[in-house]
Design a binder for this molecule. Structure first.
Ligand code: GGG
Length: 327
């Protein structure tokens, strides 16, 4: 029996989480869910965006499923990642059938550093002139994430890792990142190492995305490039993510709370379902993860039960039910 901390969060987070739990309940695994609040609504209700209890339960679970963060993202999901030391954020950009994917067979893994960079929220402050944010880059954290990316490539039969930075302008912080990237790459002689500036990468992702296999980058760049990647394969409703640390894992769709469609049943639960699949693999439940993946692919391939973002007219619950019926 796995202890799973469930934090639906804000907006469409609740809807996609309900659809996903409904599917997980049909697998041959027993889960003990602990539901906890966090987010904008939680802050309005109790004064805290991330109550102590939510953090404590997330830390003491086998894995955490997170729905979506709204305006309080910095105090909720960014804080959870930092407090739980979930240093690696894996954001797979994959093409699926019957989506508005611009390319048919993309399979890129974005490995984003998750604990520092510009997202170290306590280092942002108001000043007399305006406001200032410090970009923290430590040798320890960058070595750890770059190692993770190369190891990921090795374990998943990938032949190349691309380090993404802006070292011509951010000479110290990204200069260090680039140096560490090539130092670490020496430990992985069978994996090709290349590096690009982040602005060039943003263009190459559109002009020749198939050249990328694994991208490793700092926190903010990874956040931005993964939304661009979502645009390449049909939207944010299809991009899951895993936040991995030495002692924990938190799984969430890359999308936000989408207040414009929240409560209307329009949200695509696929990103949350694929995040649950990543959780199953993290837990070592690969057979059930394969079953879930097959069911998701079957539903997308049939194209009969798609949400409006994919050109269908089904709702969140119906897509989830279809996945459950195809397990
Ligand atoms: N990019 C879609 C979105 O709004 N995601 C929620 C968010 O901002 N999360 C913060 C993060 O992933 O670092």
């Amino acid at each position: 029996m796995y202890k799973i901390s469930v934090v639906p969060g804000d907006g469409i987070g609740k809807e996609v989480m309900d659809a996903t739990i409904n599917v997980l309940d049909s697998l041959d695994i027993n889960f003990n869910y602990k539901y906890n609040d966090a987010g904008d609504e939680c802050k309005e209700d109790c004064g805290y965006a991330l109550p102590e209890d939510t953090l404590k339960i997330a830390k003491n679970s086998d894995a955490c499923l997170f729905g979506a963060a709204g305006e309080t993202a910095a105090d909720v999901i960014v804080k959870l990642r930092q407090e739980m030391k979930l240093f690696a954020n894996l954001r797979p950009i994959k093409s699926y059938p019957n989506t508005n994917a611009l390319f048919d067979d993309l399979d890129i893994m974005i490995v984003r550093e998750n604990t520092e960079g510009l997202y170290k929220t306590e280092s942002e402050e108001y000043t007399d002139e305006g406001a200032i944010a410090k970009r923290i880059i430590t040798r320890e954290a960058e070595e750890r994430i770059i190692n993770y990316a190369f190891k990921y490539a090795e374990d998943n039969n990938k032949s190349k890792v691309t380090g993404v930075h802006k070292a011509n302008v951010l000479k110290k912080t990204d200069g260090l990142f680039k140096d560490i990237f090539y130092e670490v790459s020496k430990n992985y002689p069978s994996i090709e190492a290349e590096d690009y500036y982040v602005d060039a990468t943003a263009m190459y992702l559109i002009t020749r995305p198939k050249d990328f296999e694994v991208i490793v980058t700092t926190n903010l760049f990874g956040d931005i490039l993964s939304d661009e990647g979502a645009g390449l394969v049909g939207g944010l409703g299809l991009i899951p993510s895993a936040n991995i640390g030495e002692h924990g894992g938190l799984f969430e769709p890359v999308h936000g709370s989408a207040p414009d469609i929240a409560g209307k049943g329009l949200a695509n639960p696929t990103a949350m379902l694929l995040s649950a699949e990543m959780m199953l693999r993290y837990l070592g439940e690969n057979t059930e993860a394969d079953r879930l993946n097959d069911a998701i692919l079957t539903v997308l391939s049939k194209g009969e039960t798609l949400t409006p973002d994919l050109g269908g007219s089904s709702n969140t619950k119906e897509l989830g039910e279809a996945v459950k019926n195809n397990l």
